[in-house]
Design a protein around this ligand. Sequence first.
Ligand code: EPU
Length: 338
Amino acid sequence: MAIKIQHNVSLLPYNTFGIDVKAAFFTSVRTEGEMREALRSGISPVLVIGGGSNILFTRDVAGLVIKNDISDFRIVRQFKNRAWVDAGAGVPWHDLVIRTVEANLGGLENMSLIPGTVGAAPVQNIGAYGVELKDVFVSLKAMETATGRTRTFNLKACAFGYRDSIFKRELNGKYIILSVRVSLTTHRHNLNLSYGDIGKTLASMGVDKPGIRDISQAVCHIRRSKLPDPAEIGNCGSFFKNPETDIAVLNEIRKTHPDVPSYPLSDGRVKVPAGWLIEQCGWKGKKVGNTGSYARQALVLVNYGGATGEEVKNLSDQIILSVQNTFGITLEREVNII
Ligand code: EPU
């Protein structure tokens, strides 16, 4: 089937921040063949979007925006206590989580309700409640933007880090992810209950012997209580990464804030929650024009309606500066600014 390329299309329905900019050209593709066809249109530059949940548009987009709607889902192999599942890049991430949990396949339950699509997940190695994509990842199939050729990347080739991968760095813009393969448990699931409020939430749900479905429900409950629903208030989840810093910097902060939360890293450094730093600087719940830092989670910047990307970016610049001046720590944005 030939793809249809439209001209001058509003991207408002395609980004969870709810920013109203236009794409000079726009198309959506449902197969690998259609993706290749879109690339061969010769319109450049090309920007591929999934759920639009990690993008802040600050101006109209020149060139071709391709909405990746490749939506296959397949259990490809089962062995011992594992199954491999392949999912198309256009599958909404949470749909994949629900389908696997319903099939009693374990491994994704802690990552319930993360917005975005399967294809976007490896780019920033999504994670939540003690589990990251890399923990279940087998491989992915991607198309080289310049040639339309496909290539398989295994775990090592993706160079995953905290909210990071090779697709954010050396290969930024060079490959389009078509599908992702994960390895899930079929029984004797490795339950991960250690993070934050999961144990407490399960107890309040009256669950004493949790299974993967209970964990998924607990995570959904926690997320809904802290994070704004993009359908109601535009946002992209965490706007910044949690910064990693030297223990000396943390000790300095402890002098004035003895209760600063921190997580030790394997290299002796520590991670300090950006939400805490932002809250201490007085930004939590503060409204600036049509944007602001969310009242229940300072790390999330929101669009109260009609905000421009420029407005949100300016707010993030002010927050970075203020955290830097107060704590000597430089926050890094997690969201891609276009
Ligand atoms: N905190 C504050 N004030 C705030 C927010 C948080 O003091 O306004 C403190 C909390 O009290 C807690 C700590 O910061 O001690 C951590 O907070 P939380 O558990 O809410 O998680 P987070 O570190 O802020 C990260 C991820 C989230 C993920 C949660 C749960 C990043 C950048 N964010 O947030 O991911 O859902 O952990 O695992 O790593 C996302 O990436 O979009 C995202 C939502």
